[in-house]
Design a protein around this ligand. Sequence first.
Ligand code: SF4
Ligand code: SF4
Length: 359
Amino acid sequence: MSNKYHQRVLKASSYYLEDVLELNLDKRAKEGKLSFILLNQPPICDAHCRRCFMPEERRRLGAKYALSLNESKKVLDDAREYGALCLEISGEGEPTLNKDLPGLIAHAHKLGYLTTLITNGHSLNQEQIVSYRDSGVTLIFSHHSLNSSKYESDNGTSGKGSFEKKMKNLDIAIEAYKGTIENINNIEVHRLAIHATLQKDNVQDTLDLRDYCHSKGIFFSVAPLAQLGCAIDHPEMKLEETVEINGNAVPLVKVPDILGDNSIIHSHSSAREIGKEVCGTCFYGASIGYDGNLLFDAHCGYEIGDKFGNVRTTPFSDIIKIQRAISQKLFQNIDGFCPARDPKWNNFLKKVLDEKVRF
Ligand code: SF4
Ligand code: SF4
């Protein structure tokens, strides 16, 4: 099961910055620079996926405490001053349902950011897709099955045509992004991707998605299901330590490398700094909740409220220093590359809430 696609990277990922632009993110961080800024969008979504990171209680709040467009633009201005190169928009809900998103992306483009937008793709249209392409956006469709009824029952939109809308918008995106693949130093750099979540009950679907991507020339990546948010109530999806793929028992940790074209998450620099490749956007970026609070990463830390600061009231110079301290401590206290997928996360969170960890 070798993977012949490892010379591909996704634009604006850590590997893009490290392998294509040859940047040392560790050195940048030591110079007080951010590499990524993550801006969560309000917890609003047309779907109710079993795997969603967003728990129901957060969804019920809607956009009530959300940063305004001007507040979000100010975060981008500040982060750029501190060296941020890439904007990642993933979570908390479906970003394309935020009416401010086009304004935010246009502002990021004006400032020179490379933006990554992760979407379920249901609400896109041709005009938006073309505009995002022209604003330097790397577009990632989250996906989990090419079987329409399985897709819709999994995301709780049965009978609403979400699968058809997604596949139609994928076709539009494939057409719009034609010609955007670059070849730099023998590395194919992609700006259109499908990112699949591997669950216990969609292994064959994930293989089918990979074949689909390769037949269409789209970048493909995979991450294992996280035991966070809604997934906690769905043990039928919970992965074992090994996954059977084409008759072989594959250790779960190796699945993303074996099935995906390349990681859109890991960072080489982090291996030099802390001895393991972890999520680069988390380790070298500030993750800002939709309400302005500084989080541990794009999904973990809402429980902590504004303990680490809020961009509305905390000077950005402090946000940078705190981000560095909390990400170092986070990865010392978990085993893997991502808190959302780590069995030790809840224990660490409890220690933080009980003030048993010092930063
Ligand atoms: S996983 Fe994504 S598409 Fe599904 S409910 Fe959550 S935000 Fe919506
Ligand atoms: S740490 Fe995990 S959940 Fe957070 S941004 Fe990285 S890969 Fe995603």
